[in-house]
Design a protein around this ligand. Structure first.
Ligand code: AKG
Ligand code: FE2
Length: 428
């Protein structure tokens, strides 16, 4: 296909706009071209569709056209094409983008709704609780100061998208109060990488651990228990991943990996400094409502058991030219501390792929209502950009954490309100 000069310029601008997420390659040009064609050449519409698909909000004043989408009326059709196109770049079937135009009869507004109060958040989003001013003010401020200024070993994350190695635009550092973990005796994996540089907790981090542990264990005793989740008082905050975001940083839609923290994990996420949009949506249907929460400094969001299975979350990209309200201590920097409770059973017994010997990742099927709820181990090679379709059902009652025979029923869990899946699986 030949392209005129204007189209070339549009393609180049798109490529630049997303180059931190989709690294430049010969294929990406045809990818952007396909998107442009599906939007009848409308640049703003193409940007809108790619933003929606990647969970970011990039803008550009290309052409000085108005920032609104130009093809609102025909959006679902074009979006489907774009998603097919995006999907051809994505090797891992679980990471494929779902069509946003299916089940049009039950189409929900995709306009994000901001939730302001604790009550609104906790009634609209299941498996979440919000706790403001969770640490003593001086402790929260010291943590923010130290973690936003700490120059040691804060590095970007590496991950794979479209089979290509990508680098995050935010920085991370892992800390632990466990000698075994920080010394490397017990190996911690994050996104399939074995982490080696794990720093020790200082006194502030130890104090925060105790306060967060108390609160989380207290919440566990007050909520309905899910079958595979940890019981109080066993939840521990002895490992924390610190994320440092700058104005231009974002984190794409995801659910947290359960591989080393087990099914129905509880993850406590402390926000410090500049407030950013934490967005949440149900993993299904694909057009599920997006909710916005803006956790202010010193707010703990607890993602309770069931959240990683049923929801996805992201840190929304901040529009380039839009002002951000700076925090008096950290300016535009936001610090997030995510406490994950690593479980020996999962760290020690993570199965190896029968086909290639690589470690496997724990996932829960959710797309197809007929199989939704099944926990599966999937070869992590596909996750790091290589091809292997090794897969086995999980069974959390077995020492091997897997079923013995391929067609054996393994562990599974359906959300009690998931009528669609109960019906599809002929369950009551
Ligand atoms: O920064 C946040 O609030 C979320 C961090 C997160 O989702 C993660 O580290 O997996
Ligand atoms: Fe996360």
């Amino acid at each position: 296909m030949s392209t005129d000069g204007l189209t070339e310029k549009k393609l180049e601008t798109l490529s630049k706009l997303y180059q931190d997420i989709v690294p430049k390659s010969p294929e990406t040009k045809s990818f952007y071209l396909e998107i442009l064609v599906s939007c009848n050449g409308d640049f703003e519409a193409a940007v809108g569709l790619i933003n929606d698909s990647l969970g970011v909000q990039r803008t550009t004043d290309f052409n000085n056209t108005c920032a609104k989408r130009g093809c609102e009326g025909g959006l679902p059709n074009r979006a489907t094409k774009v998603q097919k196109s995006l999907n051809s770049f994505i090797k891992d079937p679980n990471n494929k983008i779902k069509s946003i135009s299916d089940s049009s009869s039950s189409r929900i507004s995709n306009k994000a709704i901001e939730l302001f109060t604790k009550e609104d958040i906790e009634t609209n989003i299941k498996y979440i609780s919000v706790h403001k001013n969770v640490l003593p003010e001086s402790l929260a401020n010291s943590l923010l100061r130290n973690l936003s200024e700490d120059g040691d070993n804060f590095t970007p994350n590496q991950f794979y998208l479209f089979g290509k190695k990508c680098t995050s635009n935010h920085l991370t550092k892992m800390f632990s109060s466990s000698e075994d973990i920080s010394s490397g005796n017990i190996r911690i994996y994050y996104n399939s990488y074995s982490l080696t540089d794990i720093a020790q907790y200082d006194d502030n981090l130890k104090m925060a651990q105790l306060l967060v542990e108390d609160l989380v264990n207290d919440c566990i005793t007050q909520r309905d228990l899910l079958p595979y989740q940890i019981r109080a008082p066993n939840w521990k905050g002895d490992v924390v991943l610190v994320n440092r975001y700058y104005k231009e940083s974002n984190l794409d839609w995801h659910s947290d990996k359960m591989t080393s923290i087990g099914p129905q994990p509880i993850i406590a996420s402390l926000s410090l400094g500049c407030s950013r949009e934490f967005r949440v949506r149900k993993s299904y249907p694909s057009n599920s409502q997006i909710y916005i929460i803006r956790p202010p400094h010193n707010t703990l969001i607890i993602m309770h058991a069931g959240f990683q299975e049923e929801y996805r979350h992201c840190i929304h990209g901040h529009a380039k030219n839009a002002p951000l309200k700076p925090h008096p201590i950290s300016g535009n920097v936001r610090i997030n501390m995510t406490y994950r409770c690593y479980l020996r059973k999962f760290l020690d017994n993570c199965p190896k792929c029968k086909k290639c010997g690589s470690a496997m990742d724990l996932r829960r099927a959710f797309k197809d209502p007929k199989t939704r709820g099944q926990y599966i181990w999937q070869c992590s090679r596909s996750y790091i950009g290589q091809e292997c379709d090794g897969i086995v059902r999980a069974n959390f009652d077995n020492n091997s954490l897997t079923v013995e025979h391929f067609d054996e029923e393994g562990s599974r869990w359906l959300a009690p309100d998931d009528q669609e899946a109960y019906l599809a699986q002929s369950l009551k």
